[in-house]
Design a protein around this ligand. Sequence first.
Ligand SMILES: C[S@@+](CC[C@H](N)C(=O)[O-])C[C@H]1O[C@@H](n2cnc3c(N)ncnc32)[C@H](O)[C@@H]1O
Length: 215
Amino acid sequence: MIESESRYFGRKQGKSFQRLSRFQNLLFKPSKLFFQKIINQTLVLEIGIGDGIKISKDAFSNSKKTFIGCDIFMDGILRAARHQSENNLKNLFVFRNNVQDLIPYLPDHSLDNVRIYFPDPWPKARHKKRRTFNEDLLKQLLRVMKPGSCLDFASDHGDYFLDSMILVSKFDFKIQGNTPNMWQYSIFNAIGTKYEKKALDKNSKLFYFSVLKSN
Ligand SMILES: C[S@@+](CC[C@H](N)C(=O)[O-])C[C@H]1O[C@@H](n2cnc3c(N)ncnc32)[C@H](O)[C@@H]1O
């Protein structure tokens, strides 16, 4: 089994693990050589793919883009690996890794799009340092994002959203779009992930931003 190295506090596997475990042999460890081979493609990195369905659907319907997904939660990784195998998707690669352990393998300025959808909010003040999207991660992302590439963030946690906006504002990013409602849920920014649906079912407020890396 491919294990992640960094410390992690969330769930590592769930109820569907046994059913999907036969797809474990499709997983492989990230390497610099692997990413060098796909550097000329349009690369999308999704951090925390959850149940793996969004990235699988996107890879199926966008053959011109290559999707890299990572998560520590094994079930979603295996579900995406199953989609990759059953649909013979050549543009989907998923890694059972903490994103912090994956980024060091990515070449400089290789990513066109980074997505962080509904990361675990860790709402208690003493747990905030566990949040995935933090200054350390953003600095690592800046190395691997192309100039003009896009960072998409969504959360149903207002405090996490604001902290993330403040964080990106300290770096060289431009906000994409300028309509008054662009932060809110709408048909234009709906993502369709499991956690977005959960938040909608609870009537929670949802928040979105997309920023472009300047150079
Ligand atoms: C709340 S879920 C959201 C999943 C999905 N994006 C969605 O919108 O349904 C957050 C996911 O991020 C994963 N995750 C948390 N920290 C991570 C990290 N450092 N690296 C990779 N995945 C991480 C968790 O395992 C979990 O699957």
